[in-house]
Write a protein that binds this ligand. Structure first.
Ligand code: PMP
Length: 421
């Protein structure tokens, strides 16, 4: 008899909350000290730390597998190609993409957005056409659009935000008029932490026949992402904020859009046939992947995606959300501290200012206490101008940060504040 025939139905699996003490053991760098103090790393929106599994995957690649991809029939070349192409498949799963052929591997979000700007947008833009972006974007989701608008005579329209740091969705949708050839928006703001309602915007853009590009750099490390459910047309991610090496990232785009895009970079690996009477190009995604890529970095990205999947993105988001609430309350209690970015839906990113204290001074003195925060414009000049400030201090959290670190950071801020005020 089948041993399982009378087994009781299993209860739905509910996993225990993330244990930060265990998570921290996965990240070797977190054990170091800075200026003689234990490191408190609160700059993950800038770049995340890397778990040992990622470091080891890169190390293993160079020790045992190093070869160029797609160019050799020898064993090493085949192993490297299989491992590298496996990451494309994992990225497709990670993003909920219908096909691995819709994943273009890039050096990061900046390259992904520039690819769309030059290969998708520019050939379609005529004088008087429009592209729409928002006031809360990173320069990577502003400057490429300015450059292609300048070349084509098109205009860049900017949707406003509210003082709380939420996108004015109604105004964004109003801007989606008949001359708009492409709409761009960030999923999550790197300064404010705001999570934008992408599914709603995508639905409306689609009704108007306007393709929507989403900058997912700050979303993918914190939220479950499913491009099918979001309903957008382009989604850009970067590996280095997602526990993976720098110089890795991807653009997901609908197959029919990619099929209609000319190459952006020319060179090896992106061609079908080269001759001086005319060169023909490979199908997407290879058409957009000229030259030797960051192979080891992508192998590391594959390990990072496995790591995230093993922890569970819902669990990670729940842990970080509780930490955000705790840190927000703790920072709000600091006299003279003002949080910039109070959207109802946020990831664990907190920008702030303290009356009478220069951000760079604060960040420099916090560094002396072992606390790594970022102070500056965060590549978002227009957003700084909107708030009328040159810079903010930003504490950004990840799964390896703890309440104890929040307490120690707030105590350090208080000491520094008294010193500087
Ligand atoms: N967009 C956002 C929202 C970002 O935070 C960043 C990185 N700071 C980028 C784009 C640029 O990404 P990358 O580092 O991959 O070029």
């Amino acid at each position: 008899m089948n041993a399982h025939a009378h087994a009781a139905p299993t209860a739905p699996q509910t996993r225990a909350p993330l244990d930060p003490a265990r998570i921290r053991c996965d990240f070797p760098l977190l054990g170091r000290s800075v200026h003689g103090k234990p490191l408190i790393y609160l700059d993950s929106a800038n770049t995340s730390q890397k778990p040992a599994v990622v470091i080891e995957a890169v190390d293993h690649f160079y020790r045992h597998m190093n070869a160029n991809v797609s160019r050799a029939v020898h064993q090493l070349g085949e192993e490297a190609t299989t491992a590298y192409e496996g990451v494309r498949t994992r990225l497709a799963q990670f993003l909920g993409a219908p096909s691995r052929d819709e994943i273009v591997l890039t050096s990061g979000t900046t390259q992904a957005i520039n690819l769309v700007a030059y290969s998708y947008a520019l050939p379609r833009l005529a004088p008087g056409d429009e592209i729409v972006t928002t006031m809360m974007e990173h320069h990577a989701n502003i400057v490429p659009w300015q450059l292609v608008c300048e070349r084509s005579g098109a205009t860049l329209k900017v949707a406003p935000i509210t003082p709380a740091g939420e996108l004015d969705v109604a105004r964004y949708l109003e801007l989606l008029g008949p001359r708009v050839k492409l709409a761009a928006v960030t999923h999550v703001s790197n300064v404010l932490g705001t999570i934008n309602p992408i599914a709603q915007i995508a639905r409306e853009a689609r009704r108007r026949g306007i393709p929507l590009l989403v900058d997912g750099s700050q979303a993918a490390p914190h939220l479950p992402v499913d491009v099918k459910a979001l309903g957008c047309d382009f989604y850009a991610v970067t590996g280095h904020k997602l526990f993976a090496p720098t110089g890795t990232g991807a653009l997901w785009a609908r197959r029919e859009l990619l099929a209609d895009m000319p190459p952006f970079f020319g060179g090896g690996e992106m061609i079908r046939e080269v001759s001086f009477s005319g060169t023909t190009f490979a199908d997407p995604p290879q058409r957009f992947e000229a030259g030797t890529p960051n192979i080891a970095g992508f192998i590391g990205l594959g390990a990072a995606l496995d790591y995230v999947q093993s922890l569970g993105r819902e669990r990670m988001a729940a842990y970080e959300h509780a930490l955000l609430e705790y840190a927000t309350a703790a920072l709000q209690a600091v006299p003279g501290l003002r949080i910039i970015g109070e959207a109802a839906h946020k990831v664990a990113v907190i920008s702030f200012l303290i009356d009478g204290v220069h951000g760079h001074d604060l960040a420099t003195l916090l560094d002396q206490e072992g606390v790594a925060v970022r102070s500056g414009h965060h590549c978002a000049h227009p957003l700084m101008a909107f708030y009328g400030v040159p810079a903010t201090v930003r504490a950004s959290f990840s799964i390896y940060n703890t309440r104890d670190e929040v307490d120690r950071c707030v105590a350090a801020i208080d000491r520094v504040r008294k010193l500087l005020a």
